[in-house]
Design a protein around this ligand. Structure first.
Ligand SMILES: Cc1ncc(C[n+]2csc(CCOP(=O)(O)OP(=O)(O)O)c2C)c(N)n1
Ligand SMILES: [Mg+2]
Length: 549
């Protein structure tokens, strides 16, 4: 990915001439950079920018800032291009921090313009002035505070480069009077590079190190994660796993699939607890982790991630991921080229593919279970479907029943913050308007981003939300039980989520029986590619009685 091209000379400027403002110059750069769809929740500090917005700039309202950034994140991931969002000073940025953290850990390039009070009286801390620069903490990859009004367009360009190349959200804080200040396109060149190209080629030394590592192993395994989720890396890893006759595991709690999960070499999902992780990888004397750290678990248990005697190497383009991995070797590179080159240099090995059993066909009891829903979806969803998962107690079953068969087949909020699935699915479907997008969401999770359904309905976005309504925080109940006693939080069976979604103007249906489920999915699934309105299915299920991460 590189920041979309810019060619300053060949672009006709909006409002050229003496009355040209910083706002005009910014519109031009948004057009040049392809940042023409803006996700926003505005306030008074954004009025000078937004009032009379030109028609070719597409404004998308979300009714809460978590949803603004969630949609912008889904849109960026779906297009593999930077997206742009607009937030309103402290209250807006503050509401968005959790979603900004998700964008960072999901490595989504989102440029976020945050409105600030007027420069001319900022020192008086007027109403709605914000202490903005540190508010999102370390989560933005860059925070720009333009030194002058005239620097605003270049600051947005620098933020776009940082969002793409450091892969995460980049903030630009813009005082409201800057927009109407005179532009100064001629005074000196703007402080922003035109185009950044990131080299993805494999260095021969890296390939040699990787080949050496793999050749010295008698029984290697490959572990993949979100950083391997692109068509090139999938193809390279298919070749490498076939060449090595090695099993490929998906690391625990990864937000994306790093390998085709219907491929014969796919061996399933690793546990998120150290002792079971050690056990699962015990048969291997070397483990190559691609596009993930080694390792990311959830609850703490003592001991190493793998048995002594098993060697570890990591291939990732995320330096932080590499630094914290207790492996003997990390290759800092985009994985596709280096894995492809290593595969070409290795001799062909023989070995049986791993044994995997299909997930069981669930019984049809009196009441629906999550297993019934997942099984019915698995029978019908096309292979190119994108499944957004945010149903905590059912996560292991969702990945099991609905394997990712094409790149971006699976997506979740990488750091575990709830509220991403509904806006994320909406933004993603806007980015890929003909790809089936199905979010499978817990009832509790859905409420953190429920107002996102209004945006989906208003902008005629054909994403589908399947809510597993088990009447409470089932995962929390299971974790508390495992800890020894029940937690103090109540259940919330009385919430009628289909009615809530309808209240936001989103078509919705409550489903309580096997017959309703099958009939609804039979009707729905053939429409998934073409549909131009969302559907919210509130499926009443029994809480899943066990959870093992
Ligand atoms: C923003 C946010 N707040 C709180 C939590 C803690 N949390 C994790 S799972 C969970 C319950 C989720 O409930 P639901 O979506 O109904 O899932 P279930 O376990 O019932 O499948 C909560 C509150 C979180 N991860 N993110
Ligand atoms: Mg629930």
């Amino acid at each position: 990915m590189s920041t979309p091209t810019t060619d300053r000379e060949n672009t006709a400027a909006a409002n050229p001439g003496p009355g040209r403002t910083v706002r005009d110059a910014t519109f031009d750069l948004l057009r040049r950079r392809g940042l023409t769809r803006m996700f926003a929740n505005p306030g008074s500090t954004e009025i000078p920018f937004l009032s009379g917005l030109p028609d070719d700039l597409d404004f998308v309202l979300a009714l809460h800032e978590g949803s603004v950034i969630g949609m912008a994140t889904g849109y960026a991931i779906g297009r593999n291009e930077p997206s742009i969002a607009l937030l309103h000073t402290t209250a807006g940025l503050g509401n968005a921090v959790g979603a900004i953290a998700t964008a960072r850990v999901n490595r989504a390039p989102v440029v976020i313009v945050v409105g600030q009070q007027d420069r001319r009286h900022l020192s008086y801390e007027p109403f709605l002035s914000g202490r903005l620069a540190g508010l999102a903490g370390e989560y933005p990859v860059r925070v720009e505070q333009p030194a002058t009004a005239q620097d605003v367009p270049a600051a947005i360009e620098r933020a776009a480069h940082a969002a793409v190349n450091a892969r995460g959200p980049a903030l630009v804080i813009v005082p409201m009077d800057d927009w109407e200040a005179p532009a100064d396109d001629t005074r000196e060149p703007a402080a922003a590079v035109g185009r950044v190209l990131l080299d993805h080629a494999a260095h021969p030394d890296s390939v040699k190190a990787l080949v050496g590592f793999l050749q010295s192993s008698a029984s290697p395994a490959i572990v993949v994660g979100a950083g391997a989720d692109d068509a090139d890396t999938w193809a390279a890893l298919v070749t490498l796993s076939e060449r090595l006759a090695a099993p490929v595991y998906e690391a625990a709690f990864e937000a994306r699939a790093g390998f085709p999960q219907d491929h014969p070499r796919f061996a399933g999902f690793l546990p998120a607890e150290r002792s079971r992780l050690r056990e699962r990888l015990a048969a291997h004397d070397a483990v190559l982790v691609v596009g993930a750290p080694a390792f990311r678990v959830t609850l703490y248990t003592p001991g190493a991630f793998i048995n002594p005697g098993t060697r570890l190497a990591v291939v990732t383009d995320d330096a932080e991921e590499a630094y914290r991995s207790p492996s003997e070797l990390a290759i800092l590179a985009h994985p596709a080229a280096v894995c492809r080159a290593a595969a070409a240099a290795l001799p062909q090995r023989e070995g049986d593919p791993p044994q995997r059993s299909a997930p069981p066909v669930p019984e049809q009891g009196e009441r629906l279970t999550s297993f019934n829903v997942l099984h019915e979806l698995a029978q019908r969803l096309p292979r190119n479907a994108v499944v957004l998962e945010e149903a905590p107690v059912d996560r292991p079953h969702i990945t099991n029943y609905l394997p990712a068969r094409e790149p971006l087949g699976y997506l979740s909020a990488a750091m575990g913050g709830l509220g991403f699935a509904i806006p994320g699915a909406t933004g993603l479907r806007m980015a890929q308007p003909n790809r089936p997008v199905v979010a499978i969401v817990g009832d509790g999770s859905s409420i953190y981003g429920i107002q996102g359904v209004w945006s989906a309905a208003h902008y005629r976005v054909g994403a589908v939300f399947v809510v597993l309504s088990n009447g409470g925080y089932a995962i929390m109940d299971r974790l508390a039980e495992a800890h020894g006693d029940a937690g103090p939080w109540p259940s919330f069976d009385e919430i009628h989520l289909a009615a809530v979604a309808q209240g936001f103007g989103c078509p919705a249906k409550r489903i309580e029986t096997h017959g309703e489920l099958a009939a609804t999915l039979d009707e729905l699934v053939p429409t998934l590619e073409e549909r131009d309105e969302p559907l919210f299915l509130d499926v009443v299920v029994d809480p899943t009685p066990e959870f093992t991460a």
